[in-house]
Design a protein around this ligand. Structure first.
Ligand code: SF4
Ligand code: SF4
Length: 62
């Protein structure tokens, strides 16, 4: 599967904004790493709501 949602875990501060906002519910906070992850990227609408919501520019849609 091609990469669609790219999360820079170094930048992510686990604020949860993108998780709450994502209309497809494919973003989640991983308890172990405390970072944002993506589940099923193929469901992504590519409208970049998460990109705009992230305060630290940790998400890219490619
Ligand atoms: S672009 Fe939209 S659907 Fe895709 S991960 Fe971001 S908020 Fe979710
Ligand atoms: S909005 Fe950005 S900083 Fe917050 S959880 Fe999502 S990727 Fe991490």
């Amino acid at each position: 599967m091609n990469k669609i949602v790219v999360i820079d875990e170094e930048k992510c501060i686990a604020c949860g904004s993108c998780v709450e906002l994502c209309p497809k519910k494919i973003l989640y906070l991983d308890e172990k790493s405390g970072k944002c992850k993506v589940s099923d990227e193929s469901k992504c609408d590519r409208l970049r709501g998460c990109v705009r919501a992230c305060p630290v520019e940790a998400i890219k849609i490619i």
